[in-house]
Structures are given as structure tokens and as C-alpha cells.
Write a protein that binds this ligand. Structure first.
Ligand code: HEC
Ligand code: HEC
Length: 211
């Protein structure tokens, strides 16, 4: 009897979870703007154009990617967050699924004021890696997944064009060390493991200058 009741509760819970997943998310852009202007503004700017390189630009990013990252910053039950970042964990803690969907839509609709690239030598090296990869090391071209102009490809592949070079380089290092481990099928960890520090710096500089 006890077991039947527990099972019934479990089934009911999983049924309502499935029902919630199937439902079309309600996007509330006005609420997202309010959250952006009161919370996110401190680091990413109210319009997703951040002032400091440690905080990535969010403006114009692929919405599904933004949403995935927000969910990845949350611990799932007793499992640690797949994208482990103390600052962002605090930010998403109180956001509902609907808030995260809405924020993703809101920031994706903002206009990016892109970062600038300046080091010509690095840019040339980065361009080659971006367009052709590194055959000897078995590194595929970044353009294959992030697009020729770095605009990204919906829904999985984020835009990198105009992002701060320091942020991009730092994420590549985090993929290489495994500190960031939320990439599907280890796509980025496999690539980053083969890149030298110099290559990371070069490709990050190149991407910052992409439009
Ligand atoms: C106190 C500073 C701070 C605040 C406030 C903040 N963030 Fe962040 N956010 C960061 C930092 C730092 C990172 C980069 C984490 C890393 O290095 O992996 C980040 C990363 C992100 C990313 C991942 C971007 C990418 O390109 O992968 C998203 C999405 C994001 N933040 C959304 C938000 C939203 C939405 C809010 C408001 C609810 C917010 N953040 C508030 C500091 C902040
Ligand atoms: C096979 C496809 C694929 C290729 C090739 C690829 N990437 Fe990625 N990359 C991804 C995926 C998928 C993600 C998103 C991971 C996630 O969901 O968090 C990503 C994420 C990233 C991020 C994190 C962006 C952010 O906003 O935090 C950086 C930086 C990055 N890639 C750089 C590169 C560079 C540089 C190259 C070329 C050397 C490259 N990628 C090649 C698939 C790829």
C-alpha cells in the first residue's frame, strides 16, 4: 500500500514535469527588461553590452544558447551545476524557467556593440585557425560550428563575433582544464585540449574583431 502511494506520487510528479516541459514557454519581455535593469545591469549592462571583459557580452547572442547557459549555472537536485561559476550560480538561483526563457529572448534581441581587435599578427594567426583549423593537430575549423562570420548557428552554437578576447580566451582555457564541462559531446573540451596558449589568444583576438 505504502509502495503504491509512493509510486503514484512519483508518477504524478513526473507527469506534471513532462506536461510543463511540453508547454510553450511564456516569454515576458517587460519582466525580462526589469530583471536586466535591476540585476544583470551590474555586470552585463542593461542591454547586454558589458563594460568589463570578465563579463561576456550577451547582446545578440543565440537565445537557445543563453537559456541553456542559465540552466547550466543551476545545480540540478544534488548534482553540482554543469557550468560551475559561483557568481552566476547566485544570479540564477531565484530565476524561474519562464524568467530564463524571457531573459534569453530579451538579450538576444539587443544590439551588440562589439569589442575591437588590434593585434595584427595575432589576428592573422587566428584567422587561419578560424577558417581552416589546424590539420596537424586535428583541430577542426571554428567556422564549421560558429559560422564564417562568428554569428553562431542556432540553436547549439554560440556567436563569438565581437565578444571580448579575454573572455573567449578564458573560456577556452576553462574547456581545456575541464573547469567548464557543459559542452555537448565534449565538442569544445576535445578541441581546446589540442590548442596551445598562443592559438587560444590568436583565435580569441580574431573573433573579437569579427562582425
Ligand atoms: C556580479 C556580476 C554578474 C551579474 C550581476 C550577472 N552576471 Fe552573468 N556572468 C558573469 C560572469 C563573470 C560570467 C562569466 C562566467 C564564466 O567565466 O564562466 C557570466 C556569464 C553569463 C552568461 C554566459 C554567457 C556566455 O557567453 O556563455 C549568461 C547567459 C549570463 N551571465 C546571464 C546573466 C543574467 C541573465 C544576469 C541577470 C539575471 C546576469 N548574468 C547577472 C557575471 C555576472
Ligand atoms: C564541432 C562544433 C564546434 C567547433 C568546430 C568549435 N566549437 Fe566552440 N562551441 C561548440 C558548442 C556546441 C559550444 C556551446 C557549448 C555549451 O553548450 O555550453 C561552443 C562554445 C564555445 C565557446 C564558449 C562561448 C561562450 O560564450 O561562452 C568558445 C569560446 C568557443 N566555443 C570557441 C571555439 C573556437 C575558438 C573554435 C575553433 C578553434 C571552436 N569553438 C570550434 C561547438 C564547436
Amino acid at each position: 500500500m505504502m509502495r503504491t502511494t509512493a509510486l503514484a506520487v512519483l508518477l504524478a510528479a513526473s507527469f506534471s514535469a513532462t506536461a510543463a516541459e511540453g508547454a510553450k514557454p511564456k516569454i515576458d519581455l517587460a519582466k525580462a527588461k526589469e530583471i536586466a535593469e535591476s540585476i544583470c545591469v551590474g555586470c552585463h549592462g542593461a542591454d547586454g553590452n558589458s563594460a568589463a571583459a570578465a563579463n561576456p557580452h550577451l547582446a545578440g547572442q543565440i537565445p537557445q544558447y543563453i537559456y541553456k547557459q542559465l540552466t547550466n549555472f543551476k545545480p540540478a537536485g544534488d548534482k553540482p551545476a554543469v557550468r560551475d561559476n559561483a557568481i552566476m550560480a547566485g544570479m540564477v538561483a531565484t530565476l524561474s524557467d519562464e524568467d530564463m526563457q524571457s531573459l534569453a529572448a530579451y538579450f538576444s534581441q539587443q544590439k551588440l556593440k562589439p569589442a575591437a581587435a588590434s593585434d595584427e599578427q595575432l589576428i592573422a594567426e587566428g584567422r587561419k585557425l578560424w577558417r581552416m583549423g589546424d590539420f596537424d593537430k586535428g583541430v577542426p575549423a571554428c567556422s564549421g560550428c560558429h559560422g564564417a562570420t562568428g554569428a553562431g548557428l542556432p540553436a547549439q552554437y554560440p556567436a563569438l563575433a565581437g565578444q571580448f578576447a579575454e573572455y573567449t580566451e578564458d573560456q577556452l582555457k576553462k574547456f581545456r582544464s575541464g573547469e567548464r564541462a557543459n559542452d555537448p559531446e565534449k565538442m569544445m573540451r576535445t578541441i581546446a585540449a589540442k590548442l596551445s596558449d598562443r592559438q587560444m589568444k590568436a583565435v580569441a583576438e580574431y573573433a573579437a574583431g569579427l562582425r
